[in-house]
Design a protein around this ligand. Structure first.
Ligand code: ZN
Length: 268
């Protein structure tokens, strides 16, 4: 079992734990909410007209690429999770984003929608390299924008370590996206989609107060345990959390997601 390290040096999900987590049926097959539907539409708008082949890596249930089948003859959906692949509309392929089972430049467009924020740093680098290898013309990537990971943390009931409930590993910005172009590719554009409010100060406040996300179905990426700590907040903590909630609307809204297109140099 391989253990990866995030940029902060923390041990994070092993492949075995990650495969089990992402194979959770409850995650998949739900229609996207209106905000995510807008994200999907804006992502698909970056797939050029005339595209013949698209690979959607880390596709989950395929909701980010299904509608492309109206105008793209071949959509291949690749994911670690066989259960998620039951829902895809394209050609399902079970596999890892770090070892794509395709020859170089097999697809006009390779898409990773809401995937790379889940990957430890070394895995993300390999994934982007693989996407660039199999993409003929375009690589399209979307992530949350400016997410303050400290604002949403759960604590494992077994090992006590903290983690983001969606296993997000790092924060992305438009400037960061510009630097992610795979070898042989260049940044072309980044679009912001939707809105949310993210604040470093409020995130630090929630952390200081001891706020913990609760919920069922959260899996610890460090040890694989499926129960999180359910905190009993004291009066001081409750007052602090109320103040932070009141301050939330004062934070300037920003785009919730960023979607970026990279073009192969000398192409398109
Ligand atoms: Zn744990």
């Amino acid at each position: 079992m391989r253990v990866s390290r995030s940029t902060s040096g923390e041990r994070v999900a092993s492949d075995v734990t990650a495969a089990a987590h992402y194979d959770t049926l409850a995650l998949w097959g739900r229609p996207p909410d209106p905000a995510n539907a807008e994200r999907v539409a804006r992502t698909q708008a970056l797939v050029p007209l005339g595209t013949r082949t698209v690979l959607d890596v880390g596709c989950g249930d395929g909701s980010s690429s299904a509608a492309l089948l109206d105008r793209v003859p071949v959509v291949v959906d690749l994911d670690l999770s066989p259960r998620a692949l039951r829902f895809v509309a394209g050609v399902p392929v079970a596999g890892s984003i770090t070892a794509l089972p395709f020859p170089d430049r097999s697809f006009d467009v390779v898409l990773a929608a809401e995937v790379i924020e889940h990957l430890p740093a070394d895995v993300m680098a390999r994934a982007l390299a693989e996407m660039g290898r199999v993409a003929g013309h375009w690589v399209i990537v979307s992530t949350p924008n400016g997410e303050q990971l400290a604002a949403r943390q759960a604590a494992c009931a077994r090992c006590g370590r903290r983690f983001h409930p969606n296993w997000h590993q790092r924060r992305f910005t438009a400037a960061r996206h510009r630097r992610l172009a795979p070898a042989g590719f260049e940044w072309r554009r980044t679009d912001g989609v939707g809105t949310w409010r993210q604040s470093l100060v409020l995130a630090a406040g929630r952390r200081a107060v001891g706020h913990l996300v609760q919920g069922d179905g959260l899996t610890c990426p460090h040890c694989g345990h499926g129960q999180v700590v359910r905190p009993a907040y004291n009066l001081g903590q409750r007052a602090g959390l109320r103040l932070l909630a009141m301050a939330g609307p004062l934070v300037r809204p920003r785009a919730r997601w960023i979607v970026t297109a990279y073009a192969r140099r000398g192409s398109a």
